[in-house]
Design a binder for this molecule. Structure first.
Ligand code: NAP
Length: 270
């Protein structure tokens, strides 16, 4: 289907930003008629001109380098906040993908939409600024994304698990690893719901070390996991210790368990 043609899910002309990313790839599959643009094809940090007004924008383009944002917060803000402003200026309702990193992680039960954001780091701050740019549409907070393309924790563990006998993995951050295929599909139901903030992440939760153990088990890799702390890993950006998301809204899209997402993604990679 050509750019700008009606979309089979009935959402009209759909634009996908950040189509080169892992969520962008999944959105292209879920919305096969969409005008899907990579960064090279549509840089959201620049004023945008499409030549048509879309009916819906699935805005997956973002600065996602959490540690890099600490060194260049202005760069992260330029893409995540000013870029979102440019996308909103296209004049269509927007699905803005936001992050569990807008929360500080001090809760010990799932974060719901009415919880107050308090980002710990530059990436979370820039994503929260992006949320505030959305005028008409849906702010979808999700967490710990993994898919079949790009760099993500799953791909890293598959590589390390094949190369090494032992790998050190953080065991004091808890979240919900979310398969991009499931998150992309959920957009279809979401756009029939009222606009506003929606928490959409995989069912279930785990630590990174528990996720790694599940990856090795499902992939049949024999690699020992050394459970370490966030402090021992010593990354530049602070990360929430607990960032499990749940929706408090009736009718919110519910995603399958993260382990099901893992199996689907591994089957796809096989
Ligand atoms: N990854 C996670 O764990 C996670 C968790 C919660 C929420 N999210 C959110 O979910 C969304 C999708 O994340 P993802 O994991 O799919 O990220 P990703 O794989 O890093 O994809 C982001 C895409 O955006 C592109 N991009 C960067 N700057 C751009 C610009 N100025 N104009 C246009 N495109 C630009 C990137 O291109 P280049 O690669 O060429 O820079 C990349 O293709 C993001 O909004 C992210 O904040 C992610």
């Amino acid at each position: 289907m050509e750019h700008g043609q009606p979309d089979p899910v009935g959402a009209g002309r759909v634009l996908v930003t950040g189509a080169g990313g892992q969520l962008g790839a999944a959105l292209q599959e879920a919305f096969p008629g969409a005008d899907a643009r990579t960064r090279a094809e549509l840089d959201v940090a620049e004023p945008l001109s499409l030549g048509y007004v879309p009916d819906l924008v699935l805005h997956a383009a973002a600065w996602t380098d959490v540690d890099g944002a600490e060194a260049d917060e202005a760069g992260a803000v330029r893409v995540n906040a000013e870029g979102t402003r440019n996308v909103v200026a296209l004049g269509a309702p927007v699905v803005y993908y936001s992050s569990d990193y807008v929360f500080d992680g001090t809760k010990r039960e799932p974060y719901v939409e009415s919880d107050e954001p308090a980002p710990l780091g530059a990436y979370g701050r820039s994503k929260l600024l992006g949320e505030r740019e959305v005028r008409e549409g849906w702010i979808v907070r999700s967490s710990w994304l993994f898919g079949w393309t790009g760099h993500n924790f799953l791909q890293t563990m598959l590589r390390l698990g094949a190369e090494r006998d032992e790998v050190s993995v953080v065991d004091d951050q808890r979240g919900s690893p979310t398969y991009v295929g499931h998150l992309a599909e959920a957009a279809k139901a979401l756009v029939a719901l009222p606009g506003g903030v929606w928490h959409v992440a995989a069912n279930g939760d785990c630590t990174w070390a528990e996720f790694a153990a599940a990856i090795f088990e499902e992939a049949g890799l024999d690699c020992r996991i050394v459970r370490i702390s966030t402090a021992e890993l010593g990354r530049p950006a602070p990360r929430p210790a607990y960032s499990v998301l749940r929706s408090e809204h009736a009718g919110a899209p519910r995603l399958p368990h993260w382990r099901e997402g893992l199996r689907e993604c591994l089957a796809r990679l096989a």
